[in-house]
Design a protein around this ligand. Structure first.
Ligand SMILES: Nc1ncnc2c1ncn2[C@@H]1O[C@H](COP(=O)(O)OP(=O)(O)OP(=O)(O)O)[C@@H](O)[C@H]1O
Ligand SMILES: [Mg+2]
Length: 602
């Protein structure tokens, strides 16, 4: 059987890769046997001849036996000779097994999966063939396989490379890959923009050479240390200017996952990120449950309830004094809910002027009033569609709007101001108030029906004075975060500070504690927080804090007495009088006990 024109063309095309990869090796093989009556033949896996290279006379002999390109040579010998491995066999005429005038030395060609894709064969007069001929053919077959394999690997590599490049150029972040020494191995266009240098000056450079100056030390150490980082805020300085980014770093591991071989650094320009979220949702929810600090038993119970309700669709009402964490909880609930990737829209009902609040919430339809935009505008409810709306200080919502809000909650649809059509919306409501809503209902400044609508899952936030045991952990966390932010190092917090904090009533709760610590770190002269740095209004409002140690050394007792008096009395003159010492001595004592902050006040 010989293939006709079209069939032959098809066959050749199908085997193009094999032919191209084999040809140099076939020609090379032939140079060793030229003139000795040999032909080298390449066949496909079914036995069809694809290429014949040989002396003219022998080619003629083959032709006479109809053994031309497109003919199937294997038919006569298939099943009689093992073609699955290198083999030498005698034939009468070429490729027949009639009698022993010719010797065929052949070897299969396999692809990377081990599948047979062809057969390489060298045929010639028996008297000129020897066992080495088979060795040569087998070696050539091996070389062809290797070459095909390499080509495939290279193609795969090129393909992966092209995928990789497309991916790293399509992501919106700036991306840099460094090895453990900090040498840049990969960088995308966006990241190049940060350094303002041509590519050939960036690739292969150490990141330390690009982020120079002491201002960049902080970000460099974060990039180069052993930790993974998710979305922290960083600054990159260029002389005195800086750009802000959120940075995420992930370790790159070796192929066997045993060693860290580098890091992927992703930087996202903050202005851009902020602009995007505020444009789309008007606010964003930063807090997660893992950022919420507290170990007090009652507090942990509140957290547990909040986590449970987060997963449901229920309306949540957060009640509690100012600074107890209502905002924090609202954000964490949103971020732990199924809606976390949807908008979180916060609206402070006390902060919006009364006459704007209805359009803020419900939007307006085109032409609703003079000067309104054509096509109208979306309100916060529409912006929050599929997400969460946080109605902060809900008690401050005007009565007439409370009716509208109630309708939204009941009908799950809104009507824009000045519009007629109802727009269906799917929102989860979290409301908060620091006022006693029940009382407001009683004196008719809050609608009763709305109160019951909101009062589905109510959580009382615990005032800080009722979870005093959390003060040390909160203090430590805030000191750590704020000092880091301000670039100061605090090594020690005086025991006395904790004692004062424990006895103070914290009317402003966690927010006040945070603010007090921020003020202290602003003025701290060395790396220790001492009682004298505590703002006076805290000291003066901590009357009951007592001396714990009964056998305190004389100095300690004197110090405590002075501190107590300071807490009660503003005037240093009267303190000196009560201690029966001179004003000058009092000043020396204040200095000695590090009440320096008090020295300057009256
Ligand atoms: N458990 C907590 N863990 C960490 N930080 C907290 C915690 N509670 C409160 N904070 C901090 O205190 C600040 C004040 O909390 P938040 O804004 O949630 O108070 P609030 O109850 O909404 O007060 P207001 O009624 O005045 O709006 C927050 O910005 C947050 O930094
Ligand atoms: Mg709040």
């Amino acid at each position: 059987m010989v293939l006709n024109g079209d069939q032959l063309i098809k066959k050749m095309e199908e085997n193009n890769e094999l032919i191209e990869a084999s040809l140099p090796f076939i020609k090379n093989l032939y140079t060793f046997v030229r003139g000795s009556g040999f032909v080298v033949v390449l066949a496909d896996s079914e036995g069809f001849l694809l290429k014949i290279v040989g002396d003219e006379i022998e080619k003629k002999i083959l032709e006479e036996s109809n053994l031309v390109v497109g003919a199937c040579w294997a038919k006569k010998i298939m099943g009689k000779v093992d073609l699955s491995k290198p083999n030498q066999f005698l034939t009468g005429r070429p490729f027949s097994l009639e009698s022993g005038k010719w010797t065929c030395s052949g070897a299969p060609l396999r692809n990377h999966d081990g599948k047979m894709i062809g057969y390489l064969n060298m045929t010639g007069p028996s008297q000129n063939a020897n066992y080495h001929t088979l060795g040569m053919v087998a070696a050539a077959a091996y070389a062809i396989e290797k070459s095909l394999h390499q080509k495939k690997t290279y193609e795969k590599y090129e393909m992966a490379n092209s995928f990789k490049e497309t991916v790293i150029e399509s992501i919106s972040e700036a991306l840099i890959a460094i090895d453990t020494e900090g040498v840049i191995a990969l960088i995308n266009e966006k990241a190049k923009g940060i350094f303002d240098l041509p590519i050939h000056l960036i690739m292969g450079k150490n990141i330390r050479e690009l982020l120079t100056g002491r201002e960049n030390r902080d970000i460099l150490s974060k990039m180069l240390d052993d930790n993974d980082i998710t979305d922290i805020e960083v600054k990159i300085f260029d002389q005195k200017k800086y750009d802000e980014f959120t940075m995420t770093c992930n370790k790159i591991r070796s192929y066997d996952k045993r060693n860290v071989v580098g890091k992927i650094i992703m930087l996202n320009g903050i202005n851009r990120a902020r602009a995007l979220t505020t444009r789309m949702v008007g606010a964003n929810a930063r807090f997660q449950f893992e950022n919420i600090i507290g170990e007090n038993v009652r507090f942990l119970h509140t957290v547990k309830l909040a986590k449970m309700v987060a997963r449901s669709y229920s309306t949540v009402l957060l009640l509690g004094e100012s600074g107890t964490g209502k905002d924090v909880f609202a954000q964490a609930i949103h971020n732990a809910s199924e809606r976390k990737d949807k908008p979180f829209v916060a609206i402070n009902c006390a902060a919006i002027p009364r006459d704007l609040i209805s359009t803020e919430l419900f939007g307006y339809s085109g032409g609703a009033f003079t000067g309104s935009k054509r096509g109208g505008n979306q309100g916060k409810f529409e912006l929050a569609d599929e997400g969460t709306i946080f109605l902060d200080e809900v008690s401050e919502m005007p009565l007439e709007l409370q009716a509208n809000l109630l309708r939204v909650l009941e009908e799950k649809a809104i009507t824009r101001i000045g519009g007629r059509e109802t727009i269906p919306i799917n929102i989860r409501v979290i409301a908060a108030s620091n006022r006693n809503l029940k009382e407001l209902v009683q004196n008719k400044s809050f609608r009763e029906d709305l109160y019951y609508r909101l009062n589905v899952f109510t959580m009382e936030m615990i005032p800080l004075r009722e979870r005093q045991d959390d003060i040390p952990i909160l203090t430590n966390c805030f000191v750590k975060n704020i000092s880091k932010r301000m670039g100061k190092e605090i090594k020690k917090i005086d025991e006395e500070v904790f004692k004062i904090f424990a006895h103070y009533t914290w009317p402003g709760n966690v927010r006040e504690l945070q603010n007090v610590i921020e003020r202290i770190i602003n003025i701290v002269p060395a790396n220790a927080i001492t009682p004298d740095l505590i703002p006076l209004e805290v000291i003066y409002n901590t009357p009951n804090y007592r001396i714990d140690t009964e056998i305190a050394p004389i100095d300690e007792i004197e110090r405590q007495v002075i501190l107590k008096l300071l807490q009660h009395d503003l005037s240093k003159n009267s303190i000196a009088k009560r201690l029966n010492i001179s004003r000058a001595t009092l000043y020396r004592r204040l200095e000695k006990y590090k009440f320096e902050a008090l020295l300057t006040s009256s």
